[in-house]
Ligand binder design. Structure first.
Ligand code: ACO
Length: 278
């Protein structure tokens, strides 16, 4: 088969304000080549500030979500070129994962199949994650003689308990979507034929929330993980005050709909965003 053009390594479809971005090298199980990494950053940057996009879903074409880094194009070919080529390729990969970790819009990983090694970077970068029950997750690094780098050791230590993390990293055995949910690698696992529908359902709920509050919330949850209680408390006061400076009307409108109009209850769902006055 002819080499896939760099711009075709990522597929994008936008429907109902949900941008579905897919790793698109199914013939290579969506492993991440330098071309794919460069393209993914371009795609994410393009989608981030578009008005017709409210949620980004990251999925995979074919039988894989992503089989991790491309052992040929990312590792071997760059190592042959020398240290700078390797460093450059690392930067290109890590930069889109970082962009995604601190993305302006909510993101959902839709893990449909194989998810290995380097793919734990974008998995962790997404705010939420749903897997097919039969998806396969593995830190296969140990199987080919390296440690789980590119953040993968950090990801597993962050997302699951110490014994699970050690076992997963040291044994090189895969776990399925159900176990991944049990361990906390994903929020939930659903039958493969329900995966897209469930992700769209979650995305639909997110689209009904105040987008400024959502961004502040997801950044807050990531930031406070590494803070003391006192620092977190202080950060959260300042983050809310900063949000008030550009989104003064949202919560006032919500309070009005609850207290005055009695048209919604915050404990039971989101206020009507369409009634917000600018
Ligand atoms: N790097 C480079 N090529 C890959 C990768 C990869 N990570 N994964 C799959 N491919 C290629 C295969 O070499 C093969 O190429 P070819 O058609 O030119 O021979 C093609 O994709 C299809 O792969 P198969 O192995 O034939 O597919 P199968 O469905 O049988 O197996 C599986 C899928 C289990 C994902 C297997 O391809 C595999 O083990 N891939 C490597 C997974 C891995 O360990 N990734 C690295 C993690 S560590 C890290 O990311 C730092």
């Amino acid at each position: 088969m002819a080499e896939r053009a760099p711009e075709d390594t990522v597929a994008v479809a936008i429907e109902d304000r949900i941008a579905c971005v897919r790793f698109n090298r199914p013939e290579k199980r969506n492993c991440m080549s330098p071309d794919l990494n460069r393209r993914m950053l371009e795609v994410l940057v393009d989608l981030e500030f578009r008005d017709d996009v409210g949620v980004v879903v990251l999925g995979g074409e074919g039988t894989a979500w992503s089989a991790g880094m491309d052992l040929k194009e990312y590792f071997r070919e760059n190592e042959e070129k020398g240290l700078w080529a390797t460093r450059r390729a690392q930067r290109e990969a890590y930069s889109w994962w970082e962009r995604l970790r601190w993305y302006e819009k909510p993101t959902i990983a839709m893990v449909n199949g194989w998810c290995f090694g380097g793919a734990y970077g974008p998995l962790f970068a997404c705010d939420l994650a749903v897997a097919a029950e039969d998806a396969q997750f593995g830190l296969s690094e140990i199987n080919w003689g390296i440690l789980p780098g590119g953040g993968a050791s950090k990801v597993i230590a962050e997302l699951t308990g110490f014994r699970n993390a050690m076992y997963h990293a040291m044994m090189g055995e895969n776990v399925d979507g159900r176990k991944a949910a049990e361990w906390g690698l994903v929020n939930e696992a659903v039958p493969a034929d329900r995966l897209e529908a469930r992700v769209r359902e979650i995305a639909g709920v997110l689209l009904g929330k105040n987008p400024h509050a959502l961004r502040a919330t997801k950044w807050a949850v990531r930031r406070v993980r590494e803070m003391t209680y006192d620092n977190a408390e202080d950060y959260l006061i300042r983050a809310q005050e900063a949000a008030n400076s550009f989104d003064a009307e949202g919560r006032k409108e919500a309070t009005r709909q609850f207290i005055d109009d009695k048209t919604f209850k915050p404990g039971l769902g989101a206020y009507d965003l369409n009634k917000t006055r600018d």
